[in-house]
Design a protein around this ligand. Structure first.
Ligand SMILES: [Zn+2]
Ligand SMILES: [Zn+2]
Length: 353
């Protein structure tokens, strides 16, 4: 049990160093080098990283792809799992030795209308791990004690990493989509996100049609519970899904404007399109006429809250989900990014520092 009386070492000098993968310039590869080890301030903790997943967002961060850019030099990574090594003053949520997950939502104010209504992910004062604050592609990371989530014993360190972002993001997307028993959920893109999205759709009681361009990924989707698959390189997914009666929900996880349009076209009347993936091409054209006449809902879903993360870990500890990972040393970061961009990865790369 957590006790208020924590062993608190005196302030540590900020002279120790650690290895980290650093973005120094958006146009250049990351540099793995020695940097200063962080020191926990008030409300903060320092965590010794054991595993850290590679999310597409980290790649966009490293390339400076999005309208609001991080400021180099910075350390990406927001699927970090590790052990609390140091707690700053005022931290009551975790103790030294706890195993925790450090998500994209690294900090929120806790007080605004969004925070108090269960939408901390919309807080205007939020700080994002691996983007506006240094992330987990390092031996140590500093985090806010209030926004980390404990990893239960039944979840191993490697699976916990992708569950921290890919898991929670797709779990929330299925909640936002409102998938119910017998609904047909179309999952566009079976990668790090999609292979988990389809499992959550199944847990919600939905039937799943998975869409991807690669047969191996569609095989994986079948193995994980997809009832139907469509290879969009060979077959028009809109026609194929309409033949099944149309999707009640389409979850857009593939980072291509074409896939977003196809996801829209695959819906049945009254269906819901959920935007999740963030492509570097920021816009997609959708027809207003069909949206209105067919009563289509278009909704964006951004990561998930601490409650969502607890539920995701709970489901995994209960054996309800499978996470497909490939473990690699952090030194492979640049070739790993190239592999993800080329679609050569079965699901999720997880680094060890
Ligand atoms: Zn992510
Ligand atoms: Zn807030």
């Amino acid at each position: 049990m957590a006790s208020i009386e924590q062993k608190r070492p005196g302030p540590r000098a900020a002279t120790e160093t650690m290895r980290a993968a650093v973005v120094e310039d958006f146009a250049r590869p990351l540099v793995v080098k020695q940097v200063a080890k962080p020191v926990a301030g008030q409300g903060e903790i320092v965590v010794r990283i054991e595993t850290s997943g590679l999310c597409h967002t980290d790649i966009h961060a490293a390339h400076g792809d999005w309208p609001v850019k991080p400021s180099p030099p910075f350390i990406p990574g927001h699927e970090g799992i590790g052990t609390v090594e140091e707690v700053g003053s005022g931290v009551t949520e975790v103790v030294v030795g706890d195993r925790v997950a450090m998500p994209w939502l690294g900090y929120a104010c806790g007080n605004c209308a969004y925070c108090v209504s269960g939408w901390e992910t919309l807080c205007l004062q939020q700080k994002n791990t691996g983007y506006s604050i240094d992330g987990s592609f390092a031996e140590y990371v500093k985090a806010y004690g209030r926004y980390v989530v404990r990893v239960p014993d039944g979840v191993n360190l490697v699976d916990a990493a992708p569950l921290t972002c890919a898991g929670v993001t797709t779990y929330k997307a299925i909640k936002v989509a409102g998938t119910r028993p017998s609904d047909l959920a179309a999952i566009f893109g079976v990668g790090g996100l999609g292979h988990l999205a389809l499992q959550y759709a199944r847990i919600a009681g939905g039937r799943v049609v998975a869409v991807d361009l690669h047969d191996e990924k569609l095989e994986l989707a079948k193995e994980l519970g997809a009832e139907f698959t469509v290879n969009a390189a060979r077959e028009d997914p809109v026609a194929a899904i309409q033949k099944l009666g149309g999707a009640d929900q389409a979850i857009a996880l593939a980072v291509s404007p074409k896939a977003f349009k196809q996801a829209f076209g695959s819906l049945r009347r009254g269906g819901t399109l959920v935007f999740v993936a963030l492509p570097a091409d920021n816009t997609v054209e959708l027809p207003i006429f069909e949206t209105v006449l067919q009563g289509i809902t278009v909704v964006g879903s951004i990561v998930g809250t601490r409650v969502d993360r607890r539920e995701v870990f709970e489901l995994h500890a209960a054996g309800k989900t499978r996470v497909i990972t490939e473990l690699r040393p952090l030194d492979t970061i640049n070739e790993s990014i190239a592999d993800v961009e080329a679609g050569r990865i079965p699901a999720r790369i997880v680094f060890t520092p």
